[in-house]
Design a protein. Structure first.
Length: 344
């Protein structure tokens, strides 16, 4: 029986992720509240070179962003995919874990420092996110940190954490840009991409694209089946239209023979009148049933739809499921707009 991945709290009230890896087996990873999911995934991949796919999903099958901190994993259930194998993991309440540590009086200096750093981090993060400007100087950021009693060394560490979480953008290694902190990293990235002629996806577009890929995977088999039935129905409608055309040709020949050979126009005029009236009645009946004008394309489509219904019933095709998935696909494509994939 395979080992189920899980999150445990050790004696020091630290959370650890225990997960079986393809080649090294069950491995334990410390979950630090300020650590991002991307950093955790890098640690996991570093332990086993045979990991091909590693995906963290919420219980509603939405991907967890790499910039999400362990602190922000508020969903009660996570799904972790490792090389196609899924593990369901129950996430403990981080707040409850801290409370237990305080009640039992085992709060260490390291824990206290982590709590203080976390508080400073969120204060500075909130201040950066609420500032309407596009950029500030590093000197101003340090002044903000001094207001909370943070020295320059600690402020630099917090700035790096904010950069890692994509809250701000700071080019620390660039001599010209290192003195500035960009508060709108998404806007900066998209402006740079537009200048280079690149197409980037926003977080919402990324989520919609992932949802579109999921829908496409679910509907692919139904699409292939429906395409086959559509072809049969169109062929059937085409045959009926040719048969109807042949009937009209035969009708013309019979009436012509009766007018010019067997009888005369005086006798055949009432008959042709009733033939024409019958056609009008048939067209009106078509309108009453289909609520569409009596045209040749509409008549052909009605023949095709009638054949499709029979095919769906005979082959037990789940049309309701296909229709629901197709509507969801159309909505996602509309949301993606120009970022929608060219081929599905």
């Amino acid at each position: 029986m395979s080992f189920p991945a899980r999150i445990e709290v050790d004696a020091h009230h630290k959370m650890r992720l225990l997960i079986p890896l393809p080649s090294v087996g069950v491995t334990s990873f410390v979950l630090r509240p300020m650590e991002t999911l991307g950093q955790l995934m890098s640690e996991i991949r570093g332990e086993d070179s045979e990991i091909r796919t590693l995906v963290f999903l919420y219980e509603d099958d939405k991907r967890v962003a790499h910039t999400t901190t362990i602190e922000d994993l508020t969903k009660s259930l996570l799904r972790i995919e490792v090389n196609g194998v899924y593990h369901e993991v129950k996430v403990p309440d981080v707040g409850a874990v801290r409370t237990v540590g305080l009640e039992e009086g085992v709060l260490t200096v390291e824990d206290l420092n982590a709590l203080v750093q976390r508080g400073y981090f969120y204060k500075l993060r909130q201040r950066c996110e609420q500032d309407p400007r596009k950029s500030i100087s590093v000197e101003e950021f340090h002044r903000w940190a001094q207001e909370y009693g943070i020295d320059q060394h600690a402020a630099t560490g917090l700035l790096r954490a904010l950069h890692t979480c994509a809250v701000v953008q700071h080019f620390e290694s660039n001599a010209h840009l290192s003195q500035f902190i960009f508060l709108k990293p998404d806007e900066l990235l998209f402006n740079a991409a537009n200048a280079l002629g690149l197409k980037l996806l926003s977080k919402a577009d990324g989520t919609n694209l992932a949802a579109l890929q999921r829908v496409q995977a679910e509907i692919a088999a139904l699409d292939a089946e429906k395409t086959r039935y559509d072809a049969i129905a169109r062929k059937h409608a085409s045959k009926l239209m040719f048969a109807l055309f042949a009937y009209l040709l035969v009708q013309f020949g019979v009436l012509a023979d009766m007018v010019w050979i067997d009888f005369n126009w005086d006798i055949m005029e009432p008959i042709t009148y009733f033939v024409t009236l019958t056609t009008v009645i048939g067209g009106f009946s078509f309108f009453i049933k289909s609520k569409r004008d009596y045209t040749y394309p509409a008549l052909s489509q009605r023949f095709a739809n009638s054949k499709l219904r029979k095919l769906y019933i005979e082959n037990r095709f789940n049309w309701q499921t296909w229709n629901a998935l197709d509507q969801e696909r159309r909505q996602l494509l509309q949301k993606l707009g120009n970022n929608a994939p060219q081929q599905l």
